[in-house]
Design a protein around this ligand. Structure first.
Ligand code: ADP
Ligand code: ADP
Ligand code: MG
Length: 447
């Protein structure tokens, strides 16, 4: 087993990882920027090393400083969390070369899946259903036009290196293609430093359904069922749940099988997620694979009873998976709400600042993953997600009721949050009936 792990991240996910390490008897090293001197992850870890100024390019993305911290403190593993360096193949490679285990897949797999266009090509070649679109990346507007006419408008232009809902644009008609092409290319270049783009048919009124997988380094793999992440704003997830209201046992089994085929084709190891789009006729298509722990992993942990971070560490330590597919069972219903410090009335503008008063919900069936506390100052330079509330109950309706109760209890004074906005989603009749798709927020929430 790994002895000492450096957590190359901040916020709730860093805290989440430290907690499991502590339970496993593994020593932890936090890294922090000058803005995070008083952050919870900095305080909770056994040791903490400052790796640079607030700006993430100089701290949480600073490969040299992070590796130096790991070597100096004698770490034998690095957990990258999500965001930051978690999908950086170069970082994973240099960890390996420094004899520090990167807790994730091998760097060449990160590289392969990190280019979403190449990943789709590999899937297509292996008879895994993909969304119709360009075969590989698009080199010119003329090529874009030809493909769009062949597959039919509307289409989506997407950054091959994209993530976090950025670098994606819907194109309704021929007249819009020119401008959209240039915008996405620019956005791809500025956000991901890579202007490669690809095209997909726009699937109308779909669900985003993803399958969590675990694979060890000896070719054993299981899936942990699905998460429905269709409640999105600007292609970014807001609320997630497991199971999905539109997936029955048969479809779950089918999607699970395809997900495990993806694992095999990619020779994947560690935890990962295969994201699918499910259309109105319940056809499902591979969209991308996220080669890291995901924000919404707790809903899966709750319905399966498996600690995914613990499994990641065991796999990275070279252990074989301790269970088989038939051992995985699903119990009840779990929902997660992402609490952001932002103002929904001001176009969801982030709202950093000091938390003057804090009362987080609790009680039966409520889990809080957060890194904030009373008096904590949310820095303006990082992501606005400050907490996740996760609930579990026997049925979906009971889980919705429990989440509403939890949100009612929640007091976060001093900064604006999206709590009322989340509450309105949970009150919406269509949401309650399970009748929603990825357009839900745009259509139902009038924003
Ligand atoms: P999840 O499926 O885990 O919700 P997200 O796409 O929301 O994944 O990303 C999780 C976190 O990582 C978010 O903070 C998001 O902003 C960040 N992120 C994801 N991909 C990228 C990327 N390519 N570049 C920068 N940040 C990213
Ligand atoms: P990211 O890497 O930013 O997570 P994804 O490719 O996973 O980007 O897409 C993000 C979201 O955008 C999806 O969850 C879905 O809601 C929407 N989306 C992406 N591609 C399509 C498509 N071809 N048709 C309809 N919606 C799509
Ligand atoms: Mg995605």
């Amino acid at each position: 087993m790994l002895n000492k792990i450096l957590i190359a991240n901040r916020g709730e996910i860093a805290v989440r990882i430290i907690r499991t390490c502590r339970e496993m008897g593994i020593a932890t090293v936090a890294v922090y920027s000058e803005a995070d001197k008083d952050a919870l992850h900095t305080k909770l870890a056994d040791e903490a090393v400052c790796i640079g100024p607030a700006q993430s390019t100089k701290s949480y993305l600073n490969v040299k400083n992070i590796l130096e911290a790991a070597c100096r403190t004698g770490c034998d593993g690095i957990h990258p969390g999500f965001g930051f360096l978690s999908e950086n193949a170069y970082f994973a490679k240099i960890c390996e070369e420094s004899n520090i285990k990167f807790i994730g897949p091998k760097y060449n797999i990160i590289e392969l899946m990190g280019n979403k266009s190449n990943a789709k090509t590999l899937m297509r070649e292996n008879s895994i259903p993909v969304i119709p679109g360009s075969n590989g990346s698009i080199k010119s507007i003329k090529e874009a036009m030809d493909i769009a006419e062949k597959i039919g408008f509307p289409v989506m232009l997407k950054a091959a290196a994209g993530g976090g809902g950025k670098g994606i644009r819907l194109v309704d008609s021929k007249a819009e293609l020119d401008e959209a092409y240039n915008i996405v290319k620019q956005e791809a270049k500025s956000s991901f430093n890579d202007d490669e783009i690809y095209m997909e048919k726009f699937i109308e009124n779909p669900h985003h359904v993803e399958i969590q997988i675990l694979a060890d380094e000896y070719g054993n793999a299981v899936h942990l069922g699905e998460r429905d992440c269709s409640i999105q704003r600007r292609n970014q997830k807001v609320l997630e749940e497991s199971p999905s209201p539109i997936i029955d046992n048969k479809l779950r089994e089918e999607m699970g099988k395809v997900a495990l085929k993806v694992v095999k084709v990619a020779k994947y190891s560690n935890a990962g997620t295969i994201e699918f789009i499910v259309d109105e006729n319940k056809n499902f298509y591979f969209m991308e694979m996220n080669t890291r722990i995901q924000v919404e992993h707790p809903v899966t942990e709750w319905v399966t009873g498996i600690d995914i971070v613990k499994e990641q560490i065991k796999i990275a330590s070279g252990l074989k998976l301790g269970f088989k597919q038939k051992d995985i069972t699903f119990k009840g219903h779990s929902i997660e709400c992402r609490i952001n410090s932002e103002n929904p009335d001001k176009n969801f503008m982030p709202c950093p600042g000091e938390i003057k008063d804090l009362n987080l919900p609790g009680g039966n069936g409520v889990r809080i993953d957060t890194a904030v506390y009373t008096g904590y100052k949310i820095p303006p330079v990082y992501d606005s997600m400050i907490a996740k509330i996760i609930v579990h109950a026997d049925t979906r309706l009971e889980a919705i009721a429990k989440m509403k109760r939890a949100l009612e209890e929640c007091v976060i004074d001093g900064v604006d949050t999206n709590i009322d906005f989340l509450y309105k989603i949970l009150e919406n009749k269509k949401f309650v009936k399970g009748e929603f798709d990825t357009n839900f927020i745009k259509k139902e929430m009038k924003i």
